[in-house]
Design a protein around this ligand. Sequence first.
Ligand code: WQD
Length: 341
Amino acid sequence: MKKRILVSGGAGYIGSHVTVELLEAGYEVVVADNMSNCDRSGFEGVRQITGKEDIPFVEMDFCDAAAVERLFDEYRIDAVIHFAAFKAVGESVAEPIKYYRNNLTSLLNVLEAARSHGGCNILFSSSATVYGEAAELPVTEQSPRLPATSPYGNTKQICEDMLRDTVASDRSIRGIALRYFNPIGAHPSALIGELPRGVPNNLVPYITQTAIGKRSCLSIFGNDYPTPDGTCLRDYIDIVDLARAHVAAVTRMVEGRMKEDYEIFNVGTGRPVSVLELVSAFEQVNGLKLNYRFADRRPGDVVAIWADTSLANRELGWTARRTLAETLASAWAWEKHLAGR
Ligand code: WQD
């Protein structure tokens, strides 16, 4: 029998790409989303790419415990990939209660439903933000987690701990936390991608919106950092590569190949790229000039972070494949697709 994966927040940016890769790897998928930060186009794009018209979709809120229980009653679930969460760093500082309530409650409800249904495999969508301004680079999974600098970052740390502690208390539940570095780009079909609401916070959507003329000028936050060109260093991971890491991790879980009942993996490329390098690569691969200026540092930004990916490479048999050029071409193709629809 095919294994069935529940993808919470499956209509969003990462969730939609993961759903495509799961279906293409032969999994059955149930997509659930409350549509609070996306529209139907992500799910429609998944149907178009995979040619599957009958993917179960449940519109529901993971903060509704009874609804989560009902979902587990209705479907035999082999693993949950839990994305459903708020993710805007700045908004979390302004509205911490909203972030704690949503991000913690939704995972608690998944954990409770897993327990009341005889156990489950749970893959949690965590973030490299847990490492903060790391003293040693690249960061390994053993690098210390530093005190979070935003409520959003804190919810990622608390959720990791909730999963770890639940796994320790209940042999029927296993967990993996994937710590993403900076996910960027879009599916090569340009049918799904990132859909920021309002002014983008993240670099690549800001770049593509500037290139298409929706924004007049990109501000590069800080050019006096202690880095080779003065701009911050990040590890930009292609969204399809990131999605493939989920398939590898979920397969390890459902095939019973985990070495511990709770495991953590970094998901990045292992390669630091500066903001200026990213901008030039975008200009070069897409043959255009971007209007940008240097601005003040953005409060809360770390200077540099990139991943040691050897654990994921070895244990998941996964490695990032798409080049930065391919990824930035896909981000631009997606922006153009959005402009034309
Ligand atoms: C990257 C670099 C900016 C916008 C955040 C979250 C993290 C994760 C991913 C999200 C930085 C610079 C950006 C702009 C710029 N989670 N920049 N001009 O801050 O590394 O990570 O997103 O869901 O938890 O913190 O990503 O894309 O915002 O910034 O110069 O208009 O680009 O200063 O150096 P970040 P980012």
